[in-house]
Design a protein around this ligand. Structure first.
Ligand code: SF4
Ligand code: SF4
Length: 450
């Protein structure tokens, strides 16, 4: 496999692999939304007493992926804030009894259908995506391939070293279970080419299971990107879905199939330049975000990003609790004042892809990044830095110009649909152009035209 482009942005605030378990709060705020899901079909009534692991609501447009009760308690449906609030919460040690009727699609699949249904009902299916579309794949479909991207290379998503710090036995078993139930002809485990105790163990686990191909990629962002990997592996989107998941998904498969444990808690990173002592935390879904963030905040004003620095979305003021898809909270100091004549600053403390700052004279360091854009937005100056870092071998400077002028046929001809939304072009752009966002809007317009 040939890798082109890619770039590791050097930012302060990498989380340690230590994981702190947060005590249960008094109230849980379960968002009825996440990046891909909208839980609009309620399975309970307002004021119902619910048990731990019970299905509270489902997303009818996404194979009925469920929103589970992370604890027993009293559920209050609050349509105005778009949350279910869980009061009087109580933890239970016992795994809930999962009773479900097999859907027609699963009936002819025997034990495999039952296992896949269990993954769906226990909230594990949410960890899966289709590599090409990013959508939730059909849990009862026949994937042409499975890609387990074991590591996250974007700063600062949950690290696989933290997830596997207590051992890799669960990961190995989960891989075997997933390999057998997917019945896919091709099964890949992707690992960055680095040497550490944990990567060595993951490598050994993957090599032990027959039918699994281990692929080692450069330790550079975004070579863990499933869409990019599917293309580099020459998988064809017309030949069916490519399931993709991460280490967390594999561990959740193992917990659900071995011990019937629902996926109601998460290990997430809490990291970024506005965090004192960045680390990992284990907490339940619906945990109040302000209560998570407050003890870690180092600066009075910070933007909370749901996900990594390059691809995450700002947490809106309407979101009160941790949603089911969060893979990390990144806190970046909010720059309240505008930087005047930023281009004239000497930049001993700043990085730029162009290496024009005097920081070039310093030994390697990690930057204290903020939300400021460093000066004005300017027209494209054709520096081609975006082209150099693009892992999809695109010309983002050309694509964004075609897309902005609504010349979508030309943009499509130059590969608009091959953009994997890694965000590197926007990050290195000398003129602060929001290329990734412009290309995403172009891709959406193209989809509407089909
Ligand atoms: S054009 Fe797309 S794939 Fe290329 S760097 Fe930009 S966001 Fe990444
Ligand atoms: S990095 Fe920005 S300024 Fe440079 S060529 Fe690309 S779009 Fe133009």
């Amino acid at each position: 496999m040939k890798f082109k482009g890619g770039y590791n942005v050097q930012i302060k605030g990498k989380p340690s692999n230590k994981t702190t378990r947060l005590p249960d709060p008094d109230l849980l705020y379960l968002p009825l939304f996440s990046k891909r899901f909208t839980f609009s079909a309620f399975c309970i009534h307002d004021g119902d007493k619910v048990v731990q692991g019970q299905i509270l609501a489902e997303d009818p447009d996404n194979h009925s992926v469920p929103l589970l009760a992370p604890r027993a308690g009293t559920a209050k449906i609050d349509p105005e804030t778009n949350h279910i609030v869980l009061e009087n919460i109580q933890a239970s040690q016992e795994a809930p009894k999962v009773e479900f009727e097999l859907p027609d699609a699963a009936k002819g699949m025997g034990e495999t259908g039952e296992k896949r249904c269990r993954l769906l009902k226990l909230g594990v299916w949410q960890f899966f995506s289709d590599a090409f579309s990013g959508d939730l794949p059909d849990p009862f479909g026949s994937p042409q391939a499975v890609i387990v991207s074991a590591a996250h290379l974007e700063p600062f998503l949950t690290s696989f070293e933290a997830l596997l710090s207590e051992g890799t036995a669960g990961f190995e078993k989960g891989l075997e279970q997933l390999h057998s139930l997917s019945q896919a002809q091709k099964f890949y485990v992707i690992l960055p080419k680095i040497k550490s105790n944990i990567t060595n163990k993951v490598r050994d686990s993957a090599k032990k299971i027959s039918g699994i191909t281990l692929i080692e990629v450069p330790n550079k962002y975004p070579f863990d990107n499933a869409k990019l990997l599917a293309r580099l592996l020459q998988l064809n989107p017309d030949k069916g879905s490519v399931w993709t998941t991460t280490t967390e998904g594999v561990l959740a498969v193992e917990s659900a199939l071995t011990s019937s444990k629902p996926a109601i808690s998460r290990v997430i990173s809490i990291a970024g330049p506005a965090v004192k002592s960045p680390e990992h935390i284990e907490c339940i879904i619906g945990y109040p975000i302000d209560k998570i963030v407050e003890p870690y905040l180092e600066t009075p004003l910070a933007r909370i990003i749901n996900g990594g620095v390059l691809t995450g979305d700002t947490v809106s003021g309407d979101q009160k609790g941790l949603d089911i898809e969060c893979a990390g909270l990144t806190l970046v100091p909010e720059q309240a004042k505008r930087e005047i004549l930023a281009f004239a600053h000497l930049g001993f403390t700043k990085h730029a892809y162009s290496n024009t700052f005097l920081s070039l004279l310093r030994p390697p360091f990690k930057e204290r990044y903020t939300t400021g854009v460093r000066g004005e937005h300017r027209p494209c100056i054709c520096c081609t830095f975006c082209e150099e870092v693009c892992p999809s071998s695109l010309m983002p400077h050309l694509l964004h110009k075609y897309t902005e002028k609504n010349r979508l046929a030309e943009a499509e001809r130059f590969g608009l649909n091959l953009c994997v939304q890694c965000g590197l072009c926007s990050t290195v752009c000398t003129s602060k152009i929001e290329i990734k966002q412009i290309l995403l809007e172009g891709q959406e317009k193209l989809l509407q035209e089909i």
